[in-house]
Write a protein that binds this ligand. Sequence first.
Ligand code: NAD
Length: 260
Amino acid sequence: MSLQNKVALVTGAASGIGEQCARKLASLGATVVIADLNLANAQKVASSINESGGKAFPLVMDVTREEAVDSGIEWTVQQLGQIDVLGSNAGIQIVAPIESYTYPDWKKMLAIHLDGAFLTTRAAIRHMYDSGRGGSIIYMGSVHSHEASKLKSAYVTAKHGLLGLARVVAKEGGPRGVRANVVCPGFVRTPLVEKQIPEQAKELGISEQDVVKNVMLKETVDGEFTTVEDVANTVAFLAGFESSALTGQSIIVSHGWEMK
Ligand code: NAD
């Protein structure tokens, strides 16, 4: 599968899953924009991709800020001529039981996951329509787009919401060649998950080992974490898929934790 002559922008690409998605897309020939709140890390990832023969540009972007998203995507199209793939991936996690979940934390979670997905989609799809080339929009959902877990009210709400957004974008974008899909990983050992292990142990009153074994990986078929490579390969498959046969879908990559 080749992504030669394609331009991809991935949000939250300075770390974890987004970083590996950017590396994979670049390895298949795409020019990749590493869009992230953390410019220093975005620069490091872009340099590393460029040093290994790919083509990447760092871009500071807070996905919750309308002007930052619009101007970042405008910059991409001005500099690189187009945008063919959007990976809407930036995300955080805040765990707490619902009775003590603070309203600012709730709003922050929905802003990053849902406002970010909406704003980047709106800005990118305008260019995908204008170019007449269409494009592929890939949202980073989660098993929590289909499942619930304790302590994750805002995250589960937001990740379920992405399914709705993707389906609308698939319907609206279909006639103009824009596909929209959601990738739904199980637990992946990124900084986002490393931080949760001690937090969940404290909230649930169990050991960190039990959080991993009996909370995170309990329902998998083999007790294994999903890897950033597993997720990036799925994103690359969706980015390069040639037709609208595959749109409005969610693909679960979770060692069988969730089967649909
Ligand atoms: P991570 O913490 O490694 O990386 C997240 C990146 O997003 C960071 O570089 C951070 O700077 C960036 N970011 C945060 N807020 C931002 C904002 N407002 N604007 C732009 N960038 C911002 O996390 P990760 O585990 O790689 O998670 C990436 C995505 O994958 C998230 O949407 C997460 O919900 C999803 N996901 C993760 C897992 C997992 O187990 N790690 C499982 C399922 C889904």
